[in-house]
Design a protein around this ligand. Structure first.
Ligand code: NAD
Length: 471
């Protein structure tokens, strides 16, 4: 194991120490939780520029602004929201009970679960480690985070900066390869939140079953976008395509909630390619010499994207370069490409793309699209661009997705007031804001009995009175 500086290099020992700490003494008071959240905020504030630089180096190139906007700002919002509402969340919440239980009283008492494990992918390593950690900490847990082996510079820096502010018994960062990740997932956490691919999510759930560790799985998949028949004016169409393109090109498409492919009315295909080219030129006018466009994380992923496009083209599809620049293999800059004339058997229509490749799928009737979405694994996100209220309601009612943004991409993941999570193959459970507090808490039902209560009438010996009450 590649241990964080200053930490014990024994994963099990770190876990045992956190577990022992979580099992003795008082549960973390609000003062303790708030102090941890403020220290986390302080660590991020003090290191945000260095984090962005380390993430950029791990990728090859990633804009500081993108890291600030999509990771730092999002986590800080989540911490501020937790600081503003956490004290209320942790209060026992009275629950009204029916007259048969009067005059007893009932309440739900949230309790820390103990030790939380968090496994993080490489694509948003700051947001997807410290976002779940915010939920675990506000719920009063000890927390261990395993970072991806593909973000080693950021991993080392996060470990070092957190170790300066946190005791390893409160929050500790583990770095290392996939074997370390496997061992991590076998620890008997009180809750494990895994973010990553659906395939690895299955393995994680299997590992967690040995210790009966409850899991939140934040997984991937193919999130569809639909440009509906109601987007008719040039201005609406141009805006819809630009918003779709930014969702596909942020982080070079390496985003779990990126629109994977787009459905649009058959007649609008040519217009779409022209608008998409304009959008790419507008967002990245200096490609390939711009720091704003992100590299593909590894040579293997770069080659995988090229192979997906080549295979689709060999099966009859047309590839439309959306940028004027050529791909740059040395810097792993994969230029945005749209695909039309797809063969249904193409891998690009079956596998999660996770890069700036956009299959365009024409439709004649919106119901066809609904059927296709319902025949596919449940997506993490769904995007619908449409002005007609009835069409919007039809799509919302008849499809199931982790979350939806109407007339834009990404936005439903931003506000801490909304839970974030997948459904079916795209995940189980949710976090962010109160949903995150709930995920890492045990909601303990507590019933307080009074000195005199009518239930005692039901005690044996049973007789006429009990018969009457039970009727
Ligand atoms: P991945 O599944 O390969 O790895 C995720 C993490 O799991 C890494 O830290 C890795 O070290 C660890 N890991 C790998 N094998 C493991 C095993 N056998 N047991 C335990 N842990 C193991 O995913 P990735 O390539 O890092 O990230 C991309 C995937 O993550 C995409 O599918 C994407 O959609 C998904 N994702 C989902 C969300 C979400 O919030 N739903 C967010 C970001 C990424």
């Amino acid at each position: 194991m590649d241990a964080a500086p200053g930490h014990l290099d024994d994963l099990e020992r770190l876990f045992e120490a956190q577990r022992d700490a979580s099992r003795c003494g008082e549960p973390a008071s609000w003062a303790v939780r708030a102090d941890r959240l403020r220290r986390l905020r302080g660590v991020i504030g003090a290191n945000r520029a260095a984090y962005a630089q380390a993430i950029s180096m791990d990728f090859g190139q990633r804009s500081r602004h993108e890291t600030e906007l999509l990771e730092v700002a999002h986590v800080l919002d989540g911490i501020d929201h937790a600081l503003a509402h956490g004290q209320r969340w942790m209060r026992a919440a009275p629950r009204a009970v029916g007259w048969k239980f009067w005059p007893g009283r009932a309440a739900l008492l949230p309790q820390p679960l103990g030790v939380a494990g968090i496994v993080t992918p490489w694509n948003y390593p700051l947001d997807l480690s410290l976002g779940p950690a915010t939920s675990a900490l506000v719920a009063g847990n000890r927390t261990m985070i395993k970072l991806s082996e593909l973000t080693p510079r950021f991993g080392a820096l996060l470990a070092e900066s957190c170790a300066r502010e946190f005791d390893a018994n409160e929050l500790c960062i583990v770095n290392g390869d996939v074997e370390v990740a496997r061992r991590f997932c076998r620890l008997a956490f009180d809750h494990l939140l895994f973010t990553g691919s659906t395939a690895v999510g299955r393995e994680v759930m299997r590992a967690a079953s040995a210790t009966l560790t409850p899991v939140t799985l934040e997984l991937g998949g193919k999130s569809p976008a639909i440009i509906g028949p109601g987007i008719t004016s040039d201005a609406d169409f141009e805006r819809a395509v630009a918003r779709l393109i930014i969702g596909k090109t942020f982080n070079a498409g390496q985003t779990c909630i990126a629109p994977d492919h787009v459905y649009l009315p058959r007649a609008k295909q040519d217009r779409f390619i022209a608008s998409a080219r304009r959008a790419v030129r507008r967002f990245y006018p200096a490609l390939p010499d711009t720091p704003d466009y992100t590299s593909i994380i590894t040579d293997q992923h770069y080659a995988r994207l090229g192979a997906l496009v080549d295979e689709a083209v060999s099966q009859g599809a047309t590839a439309h370069a959306l940028a004027d620049a050529a791909h740059d293999a040395a810097r792993r800059l994969f230029m945005p490409v749209a695909l039309t004339g797809m063969n249904e058997a193409s891998r690009v229509l079956r596998e999660e793309i996770f890069g700036p490749v956009l299959p365009v799928l024409p439709f004649d009737d919106l119901d066809e699209v609904i059927t296709r979405i319902n025949n596919a694994p449940r997506p993490l996100a769904l995007y619908l661009f449409e002005r007609d209220r009835r069409r919007i309601e039809r799509v919302l009612a008849r499809t199931v997705a982790g979350g939806v943004t109407l007339n834009d991409t990404f936005m439903h993941v931003g506000p801490p007031q909304l839970p974030f999570g997948g459904v079916g193959a795209s995940g189980m459970g949710a976090y962010h804001g109160k949903a995150g507090f709930d995920a890492f808490s045990h909601m303990k039902p507590v019933f307080s009995q009074r000195r005199f209560h009518p239930v005692s009438w039901l005690y044996p010996p049973y007789g006429v009175r009990a018969e009457r009450i039970l009727r």
